[in-house]
Design a protein around this ligand. Sequence first.
Ligand SMILES: [Zn+2]
Ligand SMILES: [Zn+2]
Length: 254
Amino acid sequence: MQIRVLGCSGGIGGDARTTSFLVDQDILIDAGTGVGDLTTTELEGIDHVFLTHAHLDHTGSLPLLVDSVGPSRDRPVTVHAQPDTLDVLRKHIFNWQIWPDFSEIPDTKNPFLTFSAMSPGAGVTLGDRYIQSIPVNHTVPAVAYLVSGENGSFAFSGDTTVTETLWDVLNQCADLRYLVVETTFLDIERELSELSRHLCPSLLAGELKKLTVNPEIFITHLMPGCEQQIMQEIYQHIGSTRPLPLKRGHVFKL
Ligand SMILES: [Zn+2]
Ligand SMILES: [Zn+2]
């Protein structure tokens, strides 16, 4: 299994792309602006999209993806997310006003897009990969994902502030090799972090103390322009030059 980082920034501008990971050739985790860098052939190979939550920086490329590849594919793209997230997509994006409802195009029997509800905590097996959702704590219903293959597991927090279940589940994962966890703001913005339910370095340090397994850790969703300063604050709290900031184009092999 390999996981390629298509986007991992908290915003856009210059080289920054918002959140998306390509698992092997056929699975996306989140569909932020990084998806737009894929070739047409790569886009056509995506069969499944797992969404952490409905926010645009994690879903914005989904409507364009479906429109771009639908006519050249012989089966729908399946969007997996918790029912609350799918409701928001149906009501506010695929509603014939912002975008056509591609779950009815060209017809309901053979559409470009299908929705597959996945309760927080549920999992889906696709070939030799198992993708488990884990509820987290954000301003809208949100999950983390734990992706497991034959050679270990990869976890992505999605957007979250202080949370408990995520760490409980990860601590049960004996083969956890990589953890990608968000840190959006600086410590001076701790109040904003709590209000918008993200993490800042001091909150992250508290969260990492809950972890009893020992994966390689990467930081994602850094606010553009503040990346280095946020990482410096993390290093001060943790007392080492780990974890590393996640970079677009990084490939996890496991
Ligand atoms: Zn969010
Ligand atoms: Zn986000």
